[in-house]
Design a protein around this ligand. Sequence first.
Ligand code: PLP
Length: 425
Amino acid sequence: MSYQNTLEFAREMDQQDPLKSFREQFFFPTFHEKEVVYFTGNSLGLQPKTTASYIQEELDAWAKYGVEGHFLAKKPWFAYHEELTQKTANIVGAKPEEVVVMHSLTTNLHLMMVSFYRPEGKRTKIICEAKAFPSDAYALESQVKFHGLDVNEHLVEVAPREGEHLIREEDVLAKIAEVGDELAMVMIGGVNYYTGQLFDMEKITAAGHAVGATVGWDLAHAAGNINLKLHDWGVDFAAWCGYKYLNSSPGGVSGVFVHERHADKPELPRFAGWWGYDKDTRFQMEPGFKPMHGAEGWQLSNAPVLGMAAHLASLDIFEAAGMDKIGEKRDKITAFLEFVIQDISTRNADRCTFEIITPSDKNYRGAQLSILAHGQGKALFDELTKLGVIADWREPNVIRIAPAPLYNSYEDCFRFGECLENAIQ
Ligand SMILES: *Cc1c(COP(=O)(O)O)cnc(C)c1O
């Protein structure tokens, strides 16, 4: 499709956008003097206008029923997390028993690794990405140490080649083959938070399995962004947060995927809590942990209902929009934004050039573009902020922007371009 960097063209694209009505369902920040271009849905998704009523419903139930809300609330709190299961499964391509919403992301990564990183004999190593998101890096490091192993030896990082920004898929596959029967687990971010690079999760999962390792994915930047098929891809486990593309409130609840092949393995080591205990006999409070079938067997605590209510509000919007349509718009709007940036870069080549380090192939990216501004530093970013763009700056000179397909418009992309051009002048 051919694009034009004009307001008319952007508005025409918005007119034809099957998801255009969804923008109205979100609050856009108003602290800025001008209307903002909000391109940080990959960091904190916007608040749906319905969120307050979902939370209010539970506050009212609490006021009216007190503890009896566990059973008498319209959505009984005792089973509140179940309200989110099918909708979550639809987003990540899973069977309902393969997903559960619980806790927070880093907590869940640990819970998954307790079960799926089981160093034994010579099979002790983990393959991960170099410069993973800091929390993942700490989680991985502490898991290795937890087993009394040396981090330098057991954490094998795959990095971009000298002078490159992206990790080559062939290098990941080669490293998996090389570590071979010493490989216990592969854990990588499905979409790299810094570059926006999307990995071929199916291929890498198969490669890990071929050498006998388990394979797990951090989907913080993928859930609600990428069209996932976790079940079909045979992924062992995955976890993601609810507050990035999934718009489920700051620090909101996380989701977990555990493949059905692990659904009934009481022998799998895990850190257990009462909410993962067999539901029918949970309140007999017998000693000896009996895990529930499927992903629910990893729950520790009873559901934080207010956070879950916020998550449900957003999941209902995703249900209404559908991941297929979201994926189609994601590819189009990201390509349009890329076109706008390239147009401005070409026309202002005497001042500075913008290099988009995110892959240009839509099969290897989602809604995020990471821009290197050559010849410009933080001052450019600060100027953009002044002009009304809410984006994300990462040292040394990367600007990350994400047009969230649910609520961003093509006009947002055009306006971003205008701000970018003004900022460099
Ligand atoms: C956002 C993000 C996190 C955040 O973890 P929390 O436990 O939710 O604070 C972790 N890992 C990755 C890859 C992320 O993008």
